[in-house]
Design a protein around this ligand. Sequence first.
Ligand code: NAD
Length: 354
Amino acid sequence: SIFQAMEQGDYEHLFFCQEQSTGLKAIIAIHDTTLGPAAGGIRMKPYATEEEAIRDALRLAQAMTYKCAAAGANLGGGKCVVIGDPQRDKSEALLRVLGRFIRRLNGLFITGMDVGTTLEDMDILRQECPYVTIYSEALGGPGDTAAATALGVVSGMRACLKAVYGDERFQGRHVAVQGVGAVGSHVVELLVQAGALVTIADVDEERVRSVATHEQVTVVAPGEIATLPVDIYSPCALGGVLNQTSIPTLRCEIVCGSANNQLQEEQDGELLEQRGILYAPDYIVNAGGVIVGADSLLPGGYKQQRAEAAVRRLYQAVEQVISLAKEQHVSTNRAAALLARKRIEMMKQVRSVA
Ligand code: NAD
């Protein structure tokens, strides 16, 4: 039952929103707001059943709680799923109605885009709801979050370099970037600026050509990138790239990239640890977008410098995870979950005092 599912995962709320004239059917799951308003994107998908949509909303909201808590953000976890085909069913009216529903939650849920929604959609929602925190630069918002995500990834890399080599600088370091799309291309730019040697690969040759314009950047075939002898391997394309088959073939010291769900299984984190490879948990280092979104809610609205400073603090979040992993003799992905739970428990205690 729905209440059983909510009890098992310790969810706070599950909201169902429907409006007939626009065909809107949306579900907003609020997992935990101990650390702050529940942050999570709006996903629009033609879910086969309502049950599938509910499950997705619950699962993704919980993941957001862990992401925000482990990344050191003062945010909780939530998610909105809209049942429908984004190509066929999305309309301005549907988005505006959804915006009004989210506004009624009065800041309990803050949101931005996800699979099936775009920055332009957020601009429409924003007209109805101030709790849409990712919207166009032209309207005073943070705009596309890929650059912020890349900044977070590179900050995470610095913390890893410091832990492995005692020096966080990129000069003389070699980084292999897998996938040079929206995030990967910004990662390459930041690495080149910082003096790293960069090798890239992408299945899209056009993308490779547009990024490989600097003398510090070399190109290899997509099949070679993950096994290069480098300081850092940065997966910025697909999930599941760290698994039983791939891990024994890695020749890097550090894995740190933006791709979601890099570990195929939770225990692949231990395989990396046994190989002496430092893994920066993906959901921490790719939290830059959520962090810049939260800046829109601060006094005076979105301020780029302040938001970037907050993203750079992912360095400290990764440092904390590394030291907790050492202290508890666990892999970094397990340490990230521990750290998230510790922060939530700490805040509950603080609240019980005052
Ligand atoms: P994107 O689609 O713009 O870029 C992905 C790139 O990877 C594309 O250029 C694609 O051609 C390439 N690619 C696909 N398969 C490949 C392969 N086998 N080998 C090499 N390259 C391959 O996506 P993005 O927005 O840059 O996101 C990249 C990853 O980061 C995704 O997993 C995404 O979920 C995650 N992420 C993105 C953001 C963000 O702000 N955009 C935030 C958090 C996480």
